[in-house]
Design a protein around this ligand. Structure first.
Ligand code: PHE
Length: 451
């Protein structure tokens, strides 16, 4: 059976813009600083970078390879490449992960919209921005409304199709975001007392490292690169046959990493200079950045621009998450794109309500000591994505195999891929062993190694 005609990305830059649009998002600017802050700063950064290079890039390339070869959504891809086998579980897990991530991601994405309004109405000036943030997130109505609006925006773009929406706008907006972050890094670094923050981010204190910190770093690397759940299998299926997949993976991962590190350089010097706590969790950027704007020349203008771009960065990521589900519904369950978009958006929005309310009415409702929001965040990044990544590399290394991987990554031997052997060795042995080892350790199975 061959599917209805598949639209694809139209240019090389379009592929990078879309994949980098998926990778660069709240994970870099909102999640990375607060997770690094809670896990010891510099030492965390070092392990994070190692994981990006040694596991993240190979997994990303594996996903592109699977997607482009199969020309299908994430579940359909495994059904096609390994018919009537258990491998489709990877696709099922990916779709579940998309649900879980979108549910809590849209809460924070909604916050960025509120902060655009706050910035435009000059609400930070002369206010205690911590209290401002507390007051906002503990309401029920507005956070839910913004989340709803954000889901509608996401659905609209997915509905319009990826090229005409995402591909077109990310090309302009992503470089703009980068420039703005650089401007804010300069302001942050020139505040009095900022060096403490630089030290916190770059001086590794290895006494802070436990196996849980290592798992957090792996989870953050996976989350930030959008790997482990099939978003990049789905996008890979839209990539043209002449694209150099290894280069694309490296470029996307580089863009993602640069933006995460710059976000750290923007936040931590300011956190220390303004006497705040680096461990203040998910609210970190929403409390720190407004303070930074108030201390900047043209802060009013910068604040508006920044939150608009943050919302855009979030949107290009939510689109890639929703696309996973919509591509599955429309290709495997034979729904029209419209129907698939409406159904999946409503279902995810419903789940998302619980994530948003865990900052207000459901604040005291906890599972394993975590609020609903925190547990969705933890489970998806630290369990579902690393597990998905593990199964994906095992699939490529042991089932799809060396020959087919070689042919797909070299476009049927028409382009060179010098590091193929290294890549395949990592995929077949190193990455699976490393991920299993990290999992077992964080479950506490090798406690003796920690003492
Ligand atoms: N990588 C995105 C971010 O950093 C989040 C994401 C995760 C998107 C998984 C798609 C899949 O914001």
């Amino acid at each position: 059976m061959d599917i209805k005609e598949r639209a694809g990305f139209t240019s090389k830059f379009g592929v990078i813009a879309a994949a980098a649009g998926s990778a660069v998002g709240l994970g870099n600017i909102w999640r990375f600083p607060y997770v690094a802050g809670e896990n010891g700063g510099g030492a965390f950064l070092l392990i994070y970078l190692l994981f990006i290079l040694a596991i993240g890039v190979p997994v990303m390339l594996s996903e592109f390879t699977i997607g482009r070869k199969a020309q299908r959504n994430t579940l359909g891809a495994f059904r096609k490449l390994a018919p009537r086998s258990g491998w489709s579980i990877i696709g099922v897990m990916g779709i579940i992960a998309a649900f879980v991530i979108l549910a809590f991601y849209s809460t924070i994405a909604g916050w960025t919209l509120e902060y655009i309004v706050k910035a435009v109405s000059n609400s930070f000036q002369g206010k205690n921005t911590d209290i401002l943030f507390e007051n906002f997130k503990s309401q029920t109505f507005f956070p839910l409304l913004w989340q709803f609006i954000f889901m509608i925006l996401t659905a609209t773009i997915v509905f319009m199709g990826v090229q005409k929406g995402i591909e077109r706008y990310t090309k302009i907006l992503m470089p703009l975001l980068l420039l703005l972050i650089i401007a804010m890094c300069i302001r942050s670094l020139t505040l009095e007392g900022s060096m403490e923050g630089v030290k916190f981010l770059f001086n590794p204190d290895f006494s802070k490292i436990t196996f849980n910190v290592i798992l957090e770093a792996l989870g953050q690397a996976a989350f930030s690169l959008s790997i482990g759940m099939g978003a990049l299998i789905t996008y890979g299926s839209y990539i043209q046959k002449d694209n150099h997949l290894p280069n694309t993976a490296i470029q996307v991962a580089t863009a993602d990493t640069v933006i995460a590190v710059l976000a750290g350089v923007m936040i931590f010097p300011a956190v220390f200079a303004l006497g705040m706590d680096p461990q203040s969790g998910p609210g970190l950027v929403f409390e720190v950045l407004p303070k930074l704007f108030m201390q900047m020349p043209m802060g009013y203008l910068f604040s508006i621009l920044f939150f608009v771009l943050l919302a855009v960065a979030a949107l290009t990521s939510t689109v890639s998450l929703l696309e996973v589900v919509v591509a599955y519904f429309s290709e495997e369950l034979n729904m029209s794109r419209t129907k698939a978009t409406i159904i999946s958006t409503s279902m995810i929005w419903f789940f998302g309500i619980f994530a948003t309310l865990s900052f207000s009415s459901l604040k005291d409702f906890t599972l394993f000591d975590l609020t609903i929001f925190d547990s969705l965040d933890y489970v998806s990044a630290n369990i579902l994505l690393p597990l998905g990544a593990l199964l994906i590399v095992i699939f490529l290394g042991w089932k799809f195999g060396k020959r087919q991987t070689y042919l797909e990554t070299t476009n049927e031997q028409s382009i060179p891929f010098k590091l193929f052997r290294v890549f395949f060795f990592i995929v077949k042995f190193i990455a699976p062993i490393a991920i299993v080892f990290i999992f077992l350790n964080s479950l506490g199975l090798f406690r003796f190694l920690q003492s």
